[in-house]
Design a protein around this ligand. Sequence first.
Ligand SMILES: *Cc1c(COP(=O)(O)O)cnc(C)c1O
Length: 346
Amino acid sequence: MIDLRSDTITQPTTAMKQVMFEAPVGDDVFGEDPTINSLEEKAAEYFGMEAAIFCPSGTMTNQIAIRVHTDPHTEVICDEKSHIYLYEGGGIAYNSFASVRLLHGDRGRITAEMVKDNINNPDDVHAPISRLVSLENTMNKGGGCVYDFKEIEKIGQLCKDENLKLHLDGARLFNALVASGDDPKKYGKTFDTISICLSKGLGCPVGSLLVGDKDSIKMARRIRKVMGGGMRQAGILAAAGIYALDHHIERLTEDHNRAKTIAENLKDLAFVESILPVETNIVIFRLSNNQLATDFVEKLKNHGILAVPFGKHDVRFVTHLDFSDDMLDELIKKIKTDINDPFRKN
Ligand SMILES: *Cc1c(COP(=O)(O)O)cnc(C)c1O
């Protein structure tokens, strides 16, 4: 099977498993896991921020950040395609009792002007109090597109002027950094908190980090505990994270190049109506003739290719650490012949 459902499906490499095997561990709820402590320091330093906290998932780091920054009666401003809104089970309401203001950005990327136009009058008792802006980079639903940092800076300045907090869902931030060449420390200066995933493009089995200032992360520890996310000798998992930060960032370019090659080969095929521009490791294409994505994905599966439906007529491929050049060649051969052949039923 060629599995392009997500960059979460990767297996830990032999070298990664070796460092996990050898990791010194302790009880992290007592703050005594040396490997988790090093990972948290490393992540904070990478962004030039004060502190970080290791959590089981990106959903948890995002939800903790939202809980840290908001209160009941307040509102989170984000794009309507945001993971925090679409794919976290309604957690903004459930965990934080906060309201959401949904903006319609360019493939999920919002602007400072849009944010400005959606800040509520704090003296109007009808309206929730605007408190937090949340961005996502890369934008999953937007086909892995990357923010122009200049726009992020404008949003950051607006948030400072308007006394709003700014959070980044950076589940795939490393893809954005590698594609844009931006300095992670600029991100650290602009955002109040940043969530990053180790279990996506970086190829770890488990783990996300929330990075921020000391006070936010101290509060995050309290919230992680109440959510049941306090882990014990989880340094075994953190070791994989340290390894991935050292060895798996630069190589994301390979995933990006393979995704671009897939898109180039898809663009003239009969079953493809259109493709979102490919900037990183995600390829989202629309099917021609109103073909249903669920049917098409089933057809792919019959030919040994796994993908996910991403809307009624849209299909998503995600390239990753376990998708090689050989698999790329095989994929292209299959989609050009078996899948594209109009005279074959299956
Ligand atoms: C995967 C993902 C997350 C977090 O997902 P988990 O599976 O909970 O780790 C958050 N935001 C985006 C954009 C993602 O793609």
